[in-house]
Design a protein. Structure first.
Length: 328
């Protein structure tokens, strides 16, 4: 798929600041000889998975005047933790496909997916425990524990709501906002490593959360207009995107189609997306993205003028503009 100029700008920033660590994260498990029995799923992960976390950790460290090289170990560990979250989230959502490709769960099943996610997390913590002075390591591990406990709480609440059949668009939006703690924590840790002040650390944490929600809303919308099996599977499993839920709640014809998805989705999905695009959902999502763009930029205003700050501004502007390209 051809990238727009905005997407190219966004991805160039991520590659420039975090590409080396992102690539290392993709193969570090595969290259571990003790994991030879998991070689097939680890090879699949190395070819199909790429994470943006390293760039954000490094940029946050640099934005407060820190040495970016000091953040690389933490960036690698956080990237592996995100791999765990990605794999386990797919298991919980029963997502067999994502972005036109099978997930680890879809290709290898629940058991291997759970094991792979666990190994990634274990490797992440083993990397973290070998680095940094005790005081700084404690601040970082405290932030990570807060993130993990929050993510676990979110998932348990969501599973309960879905089981009761009361999961609505506002609940999905709450989930997306709550899960923004992930990127928020990545930027927080980068700023801690860079010896930022409490105000700088908190500002970069909030920036990360606003950026995370922008990215989540865009990915969510892409799934909502995806004519492949991914959208149909999410509707059938009652784990649809926020934009889909919002449109269903505001369109009687769409709600009727939504309730028909019981295995014959191939004949309905094109019609479903056409009606979806006729609602006001584009405007609703666009306003939320623009609001978070402004809030993210606000967090950066008092930071020192550095190339890292410029990159963070460009990153959030590019991320927000990508949505315009999606709907144009």
């Amino acid at each position: 798929m051809n990238q727009t100029k905005t997407e190219q700008t966004f991805n160039q920033i991520l590659e420039e600041y975090g590409g080396k660590i992102a690539n290392k994260a993709r193969v570090i498990l595969l290259e571990d000889p003790t994991l030879k029995d998991l070689r097939e799923p680890l090879e699949f992960i190395s070819k199909s998975w790429y994470d943006r976390t390293p760039a954000l950790v490094r940029l946050s460290c640099q934005a407060v005047g820190g040495n970016a090289e000091n953040s690389e170990t933490a960036a690698l560990a956080l990237t592996l933790m995100n791999l765990s979250f990605t794999i386990w989230d797919d298991v919980i959502d029963k997502a067999r496909y994502k972005k036109f490709m099978p997930t680890v769960f879809g290709k290898f099943g629940q058991e291997i997916a759970i094991i792979s996610g666990g190994i990634a997390s274990a490797k992440a913590f083993s990397i973290l425990n070998k680095t940094m002075q005790a005081e700084k390591r404690k601040r970082i591990t405290d932030a990570i524990w807060k993130m993990w406990s929050r993510m676990a709480s979110i998932e348990s609440i969501v599973v309960e709501m879905r089981n009761k059949g009361v999961f609505r668009s506002r609940d999905k939006l709450w989930k997306m906002r709550s899960e923004s703690i992930n990127l928020g924590t990545c930027l927080r840790i980068g700023a801690v490593i860079g010896n930022g002040s409490d105000d700088e650390i908190n500002r970069l944490t909030r920036y990360g959360r606003h950026l995370a929600l922008i990215l989540a809303l865009e990915e969510d919308f892409k799934i909502s207009i995806n004519l492949s099996v991914e959208l149909a599977e999410k509707i059938r499993n009652r784990t649809p995107p926020y934009a889909t839920l919002w449109a269903v709640e505001h369109s009687a014809p769409l709600k009727t189609l939504f309730e028909k998805f019981e295995g014959n989705e191939d004949s309905l999905i094109k019609q479903f997306v056409q009606i979806f695009l006729s609602t006001k959902v584009n405007s609703v999502v666009s306003k939320k993205i623009e609001k978070n763009r402004k809030l993210a930029q606000l967090q950066l205003r008092t930071l020192p003028n550095t190339s890292a700050k410029d990159a963070l501004n460009l990153l959030v502007n590019s991320a927000a503009t990508i949505f315009d390209d999606i709907v144009s």
